[in-house]
Design a protein around this ligand. Structure first.
Ligand SMILES: C[S@@+](CC[C@H](N)C(=O)[O-])C[C@H]1O[C@@H](n2cnc3c(N)ncnc32)[C@H](O)[C@@H]1O
Length: 332
């Protein structure tokens, strides 16, 4: 019988935020280690495909009507998993578009490029940061997809300002995250707590000299709730068109794959060498699954699609006009 953690225990323990990735803008370190500890294997899990495809479909459905070629940005495109889904969704509907994939990691961009090569749509990849989206992509784009990355950004207001700044009126903004307040299905916290404890124990035993770094992480781990995301979107002139929690079932292999992703490792075991930390997380996950007798752990994915309202666009127009007038300030 399949046993889910939500059935194993109804006890609510304090939130253990081991899987929090680094929440401020990431520093991109020298390439090759990041290529080894890549996000790619995690994106190959079936639940990952399904939950992200669902978001892409919701976003594409709501594209504003257009007679011509659309421009669509895949912000934080990473290794191109969502980019490929966007391409497929457009091709299936016979829609023409130019797609721009943006990510700060050159390793990830190289993988993304080969992932979508030959799919039959024009895709360009640009190295860039969410904090400077307006300086990276042209204005008046039809849609911005932002998959599995908004939690990495500590200043949500700034990133939403940037996204609102590049969207055309009525343009679509679609994002999702499995690192938000509400991502843990009830009762599953005990798994995360045990995973942390077992990973740390393995690390201490096998690498007694490794010291985890402290400080500077607390603010980075402020996960927003679904309601807080919706409120923040509205504050920036977005209309929320779709907002849902999709539950997925994560098996052991998927936790071990996310535990081998360098950005995840930096959040979970900050300061530990990637190789040692990845092994610790792999062993820890196995032990936690075995001890709790699990086949999978349920987890909620937050899926949101919004559109840029007319008020926001006229505000931006007014702001642009004001910013060109000496002595006036720009409205965010
Ligand atoms: C978990 S991956 C998501 C990749 C892809 N969107 C997907 O859903 O499969 C997160 C990505 O966010 C990128 N990222 C991290 N900080 C960023 C920032 N400040 N601006 C833009 N992208 C960032 C990382 O380089 C990484 O490729």
């Amino acid at each position: 019988m399949v046993r889910s953690v939500s059935r194993v225990s109804s006890a609510r323990v304090g939130l253990v935020r081991l899987p929090a990735e680094k929440g401020t803008f990431v520093r991109m370190a020298a390439g090759s280690e990041h290529a080894v500890y890549s996000f790619e294997p995690f994106t190959r899990h079936r639940f990952y495909e399904e939950v992200n495809r669902a978001l892409v479909e919701e976003g594409i459905l709501r594209l504003p009507a257009s007679a011509g070629r659309r421009t669509i940005v895949d912000l934080s495109c990473g290794t191109g998993a969502m980019t490929a889904m966007v391409v497929e969704a457009l091709l299936r509907r016979g829609l023409e578009a130019t797609i721009l994939g943006v990510d700060p990691s050159s390793d990830a961009l190289a993988r993304a490029e080969s992932r979508v090569a030959g799919m039959g749509m024009r895709v360009r990849f640009v190295q860039g940061d969410a904090a400077d989206l307006a300086g990276t992509v042209p204005g008046a784009v039809d849609a911005v997809f932002f998959g599995n990355a908004i939690h990495l950004v500590s200043d949500k207001d700034e990133v939403l300002r940037q996204i609102a700044g590049v969207l055309a009126p009525g343009g679509v903004f679609a994002f999702n995250s499995a690192f938000f307040d509400g991502t843990y299905a009830p009762g599953s916290e005990r798994f995360y707590r045990l995973w942390t404890v077992r990973a740390m124990r393995w690390l201490r035993r096998e690498h007694p000299r490794v010291r985890l770094s402290r400080g500077g992480k607390v603010a980075a781990r402020q996960w927003l709730s679904k309601d807080e995301y919706e409120t923040t979107l509205r504050r920036h002139g977005f209309d929320v068109l779709h907002s849902a929690l999709d539950e997925v079932r994560m098996d052991l292999a998927s936790f071990q794959d996310i535990g081998r992703y360098w950005l995840f490792i930096e959040g979970a075991l900050p300061g530990a060498p990637l190789a040692a930390a990845a092994e610790a997380l792999e062993h820890g996950a196995r032990e936690a699954f075995d001890e709790l007798g699990l086949e999978y752990v349920p987890r909620n994915w937050l899926q949101v699609v919004a559109s840029l309202g007319g008020a926001a666009s006229s505000e931006r127009g007014a702001a642009a006009a004001r910013s060109s007038t000496p002595g006036t300030t720009t409205v965010p």
